[in-house]
Design a protein around this ligand. Structure first.
Ligand SMILES: Nc1nc2c(ncn2[C@@H]2O[C@H](COP(=O)(O)OP(=O)(O)OP(=O)(O)O)[C@@H](O)[C@H]2O)c(=O)[nH]1
Ligand SMILES: [Zn+2]
Length: 202
C-alpha cells in the first residue's frame, strides 16, 4: 500500500476554530475502504506524531447527535493534533464496524433497555468488530512506525502494537458526557475498560 494523493484543505468548525489539514488518500489498504488521514500541525517537528484513530460516526460527526460523544471528540482531536503535529486517521468503521443501518437498529434496541453491547449481540454482531489493520498500513505508508496515541480505548493500542506499530505513549482523549450519552459511556467503562472518569450512572 502507498499514499495516493495529498491535498491541502482549510478546515473551519462551527465554533470558529480553524486550521489547515493535508488530506491523504491511499491505495492497496487491506479492507479496500476509503479511509483518510489528515496530517495536522508540524508533523516533522513533532518527531513522534500524535495519532487518533477515529471511527466514523455519521450521526455524531456530521449531525451532532448527542447519543455519543464522537463529534466533540473529533473536534478536540483535530485541535490537539494540530498543536502537537500528527495524524487523524478517519476510519470507515461506522457503528464499531457493523455499519450505519445496524447501528441505528442497535439504537432502537437500546431505547428498549439494552446497553450498547447487548444490542450488538441481539443483532448477531460482536461487541466491537473493528480491525485496525488498515490503520497500521496507513501509518506505515506515512512513514510513522512509532506514534503517540490519543484514545481512551485500550483495544486500540493493543491491536496497533500487535500489528507492529510502536505506541510510545497513550494520551487520554476528552470525555463529553451529557444526560443523553452517560449510559453509553458507562457501558464502555464497565465492559471494555475505557479510561473514562465518570460519576456512577444514576
Ligand atoms: N454499534 C454501535 N456503535 C456505536 C454506538 N454508539 C457509537 N457507536 C460507534 O462507535 C464508534 C466510536 O468510535 P471511537 O470514537 O473510536 O470511540 P472508542 O472506541 O470509544 O475509542 P476512543 O474514543 O478512542 O476512546 C463509532 O464508529 C460510532 O459510530 C452504539 O450504540 N452501537
Ligand atoms: Zn458517535
Amino acid at each position: 500500500m502507498q499514499v495516493r494523493t495529498r491535498v491541502i484543505v482549510p478546515l473551519e468548525f462551527p465554533d470558529g476554530y480553524h486550521t489547515t489539514a493535508e488530506v491523504i488518500t491511499f491505495t492497496g489498504l487491506a479492507d479496500g475502504k476509503e479511509h483518510l488521514a489528515l496530517a495536522l500541525g508540524d508533523v516533522a517537528e513533532a518527531g513522534v506524531p500524535l495519532v487518533r484513530m477515529h471511527s466514523e460516526c455519521m450521526t455524531g460527526d456530521v449531525f451532532g447527535s448527542q447519543r455519543c460523544d464522537c463529534g466533540p471528540q473529533l473536534r478536540e482531536a483535530v485541535e490537539q493534533i494540530a498543536e502537537t503535529g500528527g495524524y487523524l486517521l478517519y476510519l470507515r468503521q461506522e457503528g464499531r464496524g457493523i455499519g450505519l443501518y445496524a447501528k441505528l437498529d442497535a439504537y432502537a434496541l437500546q431505547d428498549l433497555g439494552m446497553d450498547t453491547y447487548e444490542a450488538n449481540r441481539a443483532l448477531g454482531h460482536g461487541d466491537d468488530e473493528r480491525d485496525y489493520t488498515a490503520a497500521a498500513q496507513m501509518l506505515q505508508a506515512l512513514g510513522a512506525p512509532t506514534v503517540d496515541l490519543l484514545t481512551n480505548n485500550p483495544d486500540k493500542s493493543r491491536q496497533l502494537r500487535d500489528l507492529g506499530v510502536e505506541v510510545r505513549a497513550v494520551r487520554r482523549t476528552g470525555v463529553h458526557a451529557s444526560p443523553v450519552n452517560v449510559r453509553y459511556l458507562q457501558a464502555k467503562v464497565t465492559h471494555t475498560q475505557h479510561t473514562i472518569d465518570l460519576a456512577p450512572a444514576s
